[in-house]
Write a protein that binds this ligand. Structure first.
Ligand SMILES: [Zn+2]
Ligand SMILES: [Zn+2]
Length: 344
């Protein structure tokens, strides 16, 4: 089968013919329809310091996967052949304290699809049946491929009560924009999103969920907050960029007792205004992945209730044009970029 392989310990990705995987006991083989390009994949293609520490070539990468169940391994009775599914890309051990306690997202031994084992930039992928989300109602395969990053957004956005609250979202990439839609749906009053990309801010505005989309390279938040009649600061902050300046701005503009969820991965250590954190009595929560499977349930319910996240997809390419797709994703002048494997 065709697959995008991190074949060498060097920058780049290689479209290769590799053996088709087979489903072992408890696993399912999925015929891939769509796979989203994630920031993680860009790090791996660039072969930066993070990627060099995280991945041992050769690995088929890609973890934002939607496809059809093709075959079932022995003992699998939770899905049927032909089901349209999305993949939860974090495989947990099932034996550590967190797994046994039912909070699998906290597993100490998490293995990532498309990093630690072969992923879904391929015609077929094998994952444990416990990592497959069967959609309870018909869904567009493109939207199904968004469920991994949509889950990051939902996990962050529903971490704190937002009903009637003012929410600051720093970073208008696909996850930040989807998080804006979720907090709006959950009853937030003002939703202010920031970025330095005009395309991304325009996309956030177009999706209709934000009160203000602010280019922080030219505008500070103070006049925006004054215009909105905000006196005490933001009640909830969702940091989606990993940019030191964004984190700094968030801490400075939170209300006393404000709650922050941090998802954006910084590329190194960030000096922190701890005095502000302490005197403002802020709560800070780190977000990695999705709650298994409460977030997945919430995602399906939100989509079923009419939440439309599809406009966050701005570019689609057949897998053969992966170089161009990755270049656009890396440029930042886009929302979500999706590869189509259905013609393979
Ligand atoms: Zn991802
Ligand atoms: Zn575990």
């Amino acid at each position: 089968m065709k697959a995008l392989v991190k074949a060498e310990a060097a920058p780049g990705l290689w479209l290769r013919d590799v053996p088709e995987p087979t489903a072992g006991p408890g696993e399912v083989l999925i015929k891939v329809l769509r796979t989203g390009i994630c920031g993680t994949d860009l790090h791996i293609r660039a072969w930066d310091a993070w990627a060099q520490g995280a991945l041992e070539p050769p690995v088929v990468i890609g973890h934002e996967i939607a496809g059809l169940v093709e075959t079932l391994g022995r003992g699998v009775d939770t899905v049927d052949v032909g089901d349209l599914v999305s993949v939860e890309g974090h495989l947990v051990c099932g034996r550590c304290r967190s797994c046994l306690g039912g909070v699998r997202q906290l597993c100490l031994n998490t293995v990532s699809v498309g990093v630690d084992r072969d992923g879904g930039f391929a015609e077929y992928v094998v994952v444990p049946a416990t990592n497959v989300w069967r959609h309870p109602q018909p869904i567009d395969p493109e939207v199904a491929a968004l469920f991994d990053p949509f889950g990051n957004a939902v996990h962050s956005a529903l971490s704190f009560r937002v009903l009637g609250e003012d929410v600051l979202i720093t970073g208008a990439g696909p996850i930040g924009i989807m998080a804006a839609s979720v907090v709006r749906h959950a009853g937030a009053r003002h939703v202010v999103i920031t970025d330095i990309s005009t395309e991304r801010l325009a996309l956030a505005t177009k999706m209709g969920a934000v009160t203000r989309a602010v280019d922080v390279s030219t505008t500070s938040l103070d006049p925006v907050m004054a215009e909105l009649g905000m006196v005490e600061g933001f009640d909830v902050g969702l940091e989606m960029s990993g940019a030191p300046a964004a984190l700094h701005t968030m801490i400075q503009t939170m209300a006393h007792g404000g709650e922050m969820a941090l998802l954006g991965l910084p590329s190194g250590e960030i000096p922190f205004d701890w005095d502000r954190v302490i005197h403002s009595m802020l709560t800070i929560k780190g977000i990695f992945g999705r709650e298994m499977f409460e977030t997945w349930y919430a995602m399906s319910v939100l989509i079923n209730a009419g939440l439309d996240i599809k406009p966050v997809i701005t570019h689609r390419f057949p897998y053969t044009e992966f170089e161009e797709a990755f270049d656009i994703a890396a440029s930042g002048h886009c929302g979500k970029v999706i590869l189509d494997w259905s013609g393979a």
